[in-house]
Ligand binder design. Structure first.
Ligand SMILES: *[C@@H]1O[C@H](CO)[C@@H](O)[C@H](O)[C@H]1NC(C)=O
Ligand SMILES: *[C@@H]1O[C@H](CO)[C@@H](O)[C@H](O)[C@H]1NC(C)=O
Length: 301
């Protein structure tokens, strides 16, 4: 989900589903297929996760992020080192070359299939840029969206070690700690992105687990940075983007309230892809060539 600076809508990531995902952890490795699906859209075939003849994802001729993407992070409020580390490792995993399959890099391959007018693909390379800590809540513990833009502005104009401005492919992620309330924003887990120049992504993340929200937003930002590239629906102020189409789908068979087939690590944590030094649970994204949601852990790959 993305929006203009004065945007009204936010992505509400289904916390219920995420919670379900995070806390269901039987011991065995693969979950059984759903034996029957009552939703005709998802059908019987494992190939059609989330697919629908009603989804018309369109390219609206705007730019996408084809140059190497640099992610600058702003940690607003109090963040533990361990939480930051997980998030950094996820971002670094996107372009990692030798993660075990299914991998985060494999997940990004679906995003790379999107192109701009000239046929140039989204960049394969996503790297961590600079970081800035805003430990002392420079704009208080209650933030409006405008405040979030000011937080970023402060970070790029700081006297000491400002974050670089790279309008081509620099994106900023603002992570607000749990004790920060973002006004007009969903209460629990959500992300949104909107643009100024350069593009900005804002997040509220309680705890370090919500990697899927980051994946969701980075994928959409890459394919629809100015809300005039890849989205479905008529209304650009409420675009349905490549990750919105697959919310709640993490594996083969996913759809409705079923997450799809996942894997359980020996520590009991559910995951669907491997990254650098750890495993992650990240939702799938829409594959516009196949016309369904896909991910690296799909059983038919
Ligand atoms: C699945 O199908 C079986 C019989 O074919 C039926 O008894 C069962 O209720 C169905 N389950 C769901 C969740 O629809
Ligand atoms: C680039 O995009 C095209 C069209 O979607 C796709 O067929 C191709 O596999 C993509 N290339 C890479 C390297 O992802």
């Amino acid at each position: 989900m993305s929006q203009g600076c004065a945007g009204r809508s936010v992505v509400l990531l289904g916390l219920i589903i995420l919670t379900l995902v995070l806390f269901t952890s039987p011991v065995c490795a693969w979950r059984p297929w759903p034996q029957n699906s009552s939703n005709p859209l998802y059908g019987d075939s494992k190939k059609f996760e989330g697919s629908s003849e009603f989804v018309h994802l369109k390219y609206h001729m705007g730019p996408v992020l084809t140059a190497d993407i640099t992610v600058h992070t702003i940690w607003y409020g109090s963040w533990q080192r361990s939480q930051k580390k997980i998030i950094r490792e996820f971002i670094n995993s996107i372009s990692a070359v030798n993660s075990r399959r299914p991998s985060v890099a494999g997940w990004w391959k679906t995003v790379q299939m999107y192109t701009d007018q000239t046929g140039k693909n989204i960049s394969r390379t996503v790297r961590l840029g600079s970081e800035k800590n805003d430990r002392f809540y420079s704009h208080g513990k209650t933030l409006t969206r405008l405040d979030i833009q000011s937080v970023i502005k402060s970070a790029v104009t700081a006297k000491s070690k400002p974050l670089p401005i790279n309008p081509q492919s620099g994106i900023y992620l603002v992570f607000t700690s749990e004790d920060v309330y973002v006004q007009d924003f969903c209460r629990q887990v959500c992300g949104f992105h909107y643009f100024t120049f350069p593009s900005i992504v804002g997040y509220t993340l309680p705890g370090g687990r919500m990697i899927s929200v980051i994946g969701h937003e980075v994928a959409e930002l890459a394919t629809n940075p100015l809300v005039n590239a890849w989205y479905a629906g008529q209304d650009p102020s409420f675009p349905v983007e490549i990750a919105d189409l697959c919310e709640g789908i993490y594996g083969t068979g996913g759809g409705g309230s079923y997450t799809g087939q996942l894997m359980d690590g020996h520590d009991g944590a559910t995951f669907n892809m491997n990254g650098i030094r750890r495993r992650f649970l990240v939702q799938w994204v829409w594959n516009h060539l196949l016309n369904y949601c896909s991910g690296p852990n799909a059983l038919d790959q």
